[in-house]
Design a binder for this molecule. Structure first.
Ligand code: ADP
Length: 418
């Protein structure tokens, strides 16, 4: 470093200037690992580089005030660090914290400038990787998975800060990339494929079993054949329902960012669906009533999707709330800053225990798997409802008094009158 590296501010400026080379190392690393799509990373790194590597005398700085110019550069670099949304920490060659942006201080609340990083970041892998970078130069990446206050998942990219390629490390830059959300989505995707395969395999195994029985022991038993064929039909139907629901989900997801724009009357949707489901309700001995206020009940929506919402909610209320013998469907106008129209479906069945409520709209989540299968459920109905409601910029709420039924409420922005 320069002769000024003795003063604390000069040391900081030197570190920030070193950040320029570190930023470029990170960029190269990112490009090498194919993660340059994180555009802001490139931008932030370039900005740090620009701020810290501003050539002396290039700007309008007075030639007799190099200290002022350096202070300006340090401020620019600090400003850039402050807006980088992910944690960034600069340490000196003995592992003392030189700079840390707000995101880093939020992640590691005990982080203090001038104190060892190891006091705030007690992760042996990260500290060992940092030590290695400080000793040997270069850079590396290491996983960091804090468990408190919540479980999170980071990749820490560490790069040496040095004056030139062969110079010893004067410090290091630690850049934390947050993969928590990416990991959650990846886990969901893997679970989804496993669940869908499992759901299809069960009826398929049953079908194969019956085919073999029909080809073998039951070959000459017409009564057994009829019985088995009926069961096989049920299993094949179950697979069809599941595939239909999977296709619906993926179609809705594909259009998730295109808000639907056709005028739809929510009361008419509810009325139509109650009519369609009348045979099912009669079969189960459930009385379904519709209650509407003065309205208006117009929304901007996709008619088929809203019919699907009403179908899933009313059908569930009839199926799972059968013991209550009564289902009430209400469509009401809700005035407010943003006027809304609400569709509420209430049943008087067993209800749902509170611990299940937050997970009810997850794909394949059922309170009682056997009961759901028994009723022809796929475990995707409420996930479909949730996605449709989200696409309509609406809200779905579920209230339940275990033992006294459940109410599913969908509120959608009302269509502007006229
Ligand atoms: P399924 O195809 O199993 O009906 P859903 O996504 O529609 O799937 O519902 C998920 C689970 O939520 C159901 O399996 C059931 O356990 C529970 N559930 C849904 N509606 C009701 C209701 N009205 N009363 C009690 N439980 C319900």
């Amino acid at each position: 470093m320069t002769a000024k590296s003795d003063g604390p501010r000069a040391r900081r400026i030197a570190a920030l200037r070193g950040a320029a080379s570190a930023a470029l190392v990170l960029l190269a690393l990112a490009a090498y690992q194919g993660v340059l799509d994180a555009g802001w990373l490139a931008l932030a790194a370039l900005a740090v580089a620009a701020a810290a590597a501003w050539p002396p005398g290039a700007a309008s700085e007075p030639s007799d005030a190099p200290e002022l110019a350096e202070a300006g550069r340090a401020r620019s670099a600090e400003a850039v660090l402050a807006v980088v949304p992910d944690p960034v920490i600069l340490v000196d060659r003995s592992g003392l914290v030189g700079e840390a942006n707000a995101a880093a201080r939020e992640l590691l609340p005990v982080l203090r400038e001038g104190q060892p990083l190891s006091l705030a970041l007690r992760d042996p892998d990260v500290l060992a990787a940092l030590e290695e970078v400080l000793a040997a130069g270069g850079g590396g990446a290491v996983a960091y998975r804090p468990r408190v206050p919540t479980e999170r998942s980071f990749e820490v990219q560490i790069a040496a800060l040095r004056e030139g390629p062969d110079a010893p490390a004067e410090g290091a830059l630690l850049f934390f990339r947050d993969f928590t959300e990416a990991r959650r989505i990846e886990r969901m995707r893997v679970d989804f494929i496993a669940n869908a395969s499992h759901e299809l395999r069960t009826p398929l195994a049953s079908l194969l079993g019956f085919i073999e029985t029909l080809q073998g022991p039951a070959r000459d038993d017409p009564a057994a054949r009829e019985r088995f064929l009926e069961i096989m039909r049920g299993q094949a139907r179950r697979m069809t329902r599941l595939i239909d629901d999977l296709l619906s989900l993926s179609r809705i997801e594909l259009r998730a960012h295109v808000p639907p724009d056709a005028p739809v009357e929510l009361a008419e949707i509810a009325r139509r669906m109650i009519e369609t489901l009348a045979p099912l309700a009669a079969e189960r001995g459930v009385d379904v009533a519709l209650d509407t206020d003065g309205g208006p009940h117009g929304v901007l929506g996709d008619r088929d999707e809203l019919l699907r919402v009403a179908e899933n909610l009313i059908e569930n209320a009839v199926k799972y709330g059968e013991s209550g013998g009564r289902v009430e469907v209400a469509v009401a106008r809700r005035e407010g800053r943003v006027p809304r129209v609400e569709l509420a479906v209430r049943d008087y069945g067993p209800g749902i225990a509170p611990e299940h409520l937050p997970r009810l709209t997850e794909r394949f989540y059922r309170v009682d798997v056997a009961a759901s299968r028994d009723k022809g459920g796929t475990g995707l109905g409420l996930a479909i409802v949730k996605h449709i409601v989200a696409r309509h910029r609406g809200q779905l709420t579920i209230e339940s008094d275990p033992g006294r039924g459940a109410t599913f409420r969908v509120t959608l922005p009302a269509r502007a009158e006229g």
